[in-house]
Design a protein around this ligand. Structure first.
Ligand SMILES: Nc1ncnc2c1ncn2[C@@H]1O[C@H](COP(=O)(O)OP(=O)(O)OP(=O)(O)O)[C@@H](O)[C@H]1O
Length: 352
């Protein structure tokens, strides 16, 4: 499998550029998830990588091979495997023939490769079935096997789990990740789902405004987002003004916390507070406290508690095993661990 390199890629359909200077690296044998607001150009970028569109400017390299730039290699000569959202299998072909579709009919190792892939996706023995006899999750695994069969240089997955229900989704994405790793596939996956983007990938790339807003390891982009927009795209977040700052700590409406990192070295900053960082201690009768409980919503393992702290509404995640904070009650707040600072945006713009 090859690494993918994209340099200063520009693309426009008819009006202004949808992609306006994309730089991207995907290491050989790794999985990158691509996430961004709706309409930011994720699918367009996949189409450019696949060779379905020609860039207006810039370069795409698969390994050492330039496929777009000074020259243009068409889609059928790029050695790229594609896993679309759903409905990708040929309904009239059995599972084995779907998997072997891109393998030459007379190839000596055709049957062995099909068997190997069915085994890889946990569907050994399903080769004689038709797609309609499989569940949605099994169909998506077959679509992956079909994309991997000819040992492509790169695999592109366009929201491959979007049509699956929540419980199947978890299992199928774990399976797909394992299969991609076992095949040492270089893969790029578009997703709308922040949890999916963070949980399956070696690298998360966030698109916004036609460019790469941030690229990094999942934990890095979640914990140390470059901007308020990246922070809120990847998880629940409150962005609070800095009330006071020393060399090592900040004070905000929820109290004081040490600063762990900052993406706002050159200007005004906001404090990024994730719900899981906010610890609540109910105030005793008559005691002054920083926040008032507005409401609480059960999400399963945690309560999502909304608090009013000064003029800000802030979210806290309270474990189901703790006491439920009473609506209207006052509570002390404590920030767990260090906080990260992002460049301040106009009020309300980055809150979720
Ligand atoms: N064939 C097309 N012709 C003209 N404009 C298009 C075409 N396809 C997409 N666009 C526009 O290009 C922009 C990017 O679309 P794209 O589908 O790549 O975004 P996306 O990030 O994948 O969106 P979503 O998350 O909603 O699937 C959008 O504004 C879209 O309306």
């Amino acid at each position: 499998m090859s690494e993918v390199r994209v340099r200063d890629l520009v693309f426009a359909y008819a009006g202004p550029p949808v992609l306006d200077g994309i730089d991207l690296d995907v290491a050989s044998g790794s999985l990158t998830s691509l996430i961004g607001p709706s309409g930011c150009g994720k699918t367009t970028l996949l189409r450019l990588l696949a060779g379905f569109e020609r860039p207006s400017a810039g370069q795409i390299l698969l390994g050492d091979r330039e496929v777009a730039g000074a020259r243009f290699v068409p889609a059928d000569r790029r050695r790229i495997g594609i896993v679309p959202q759903e409905g990708a299998l040929f309904p009239h072909l059995r599972v084995a023939d779907n998997v072997g579709f891109a393998l030459p009919r007379r190839a000596r190792d055709r049957e062995a490769r099909i068997a190997e892939l069915l085994d890889l996706i946990g569907l050994a023995g399903y080769g004689d079935r038709y797609p309609r006899e499989l569940s949605g999750g099994q169909q998506q695994r077959v679509a992956l096997a079909r994309a991997l069969a000819p040992r492509p240089d790169v695999v592109l997955l366009d929201e491959p789990f979007a049509s699956l229900d929540a419980s199947t989704r978890h299992e199928v994405r774990r399976e797909v990740r394992r299969a991609l790793h076992e095949e040492q596939a270089t893969a790029l996956m578009v997703t709308h789902d922040r949890e999916e983007a963070l949980s399956v990938a070696d690298q998360v790339v966030v698109l916004g405004g036609g460019r790469v807003a941030q690229a990094g390891r999942p934990e890095e982009v979640y914990r140390r987002p470059a901007t308020a927009a990246v922070a809120t795209l990847l998880g629940r977040a409150s962005l609070l003004p800095v009330l006071h700052q020393t060399a090592t700590s900040v004070v905000c409406a929820l109290g004081e916390a040490p600063v762990g990192s900052s993406a706002a070295a050159n200007g005004p900053a906001a404090v990024l507070v994730r719900p899981e960082q906010v610890l609540l201690t109910p105030a005793r009768a008559g005691e002054e406290a920083a926040a008032v409980v507005l409401d609480a919503e059960l999400l399963g393992p945690v309560w999502r508690v909304r608090l009013q702290a000064a003029e800000h509404v802030v979210e806290a995640a309270v474990s189901i095993t703790s006491a439920i904070p009473e609506v209207g009650s006052r509570t002390h707040t404590h920030l767990v661990g260090t906080v990260h600072l992002v460049p301040a945006v106009s009020r309300g713009a980055g809150e979720s």
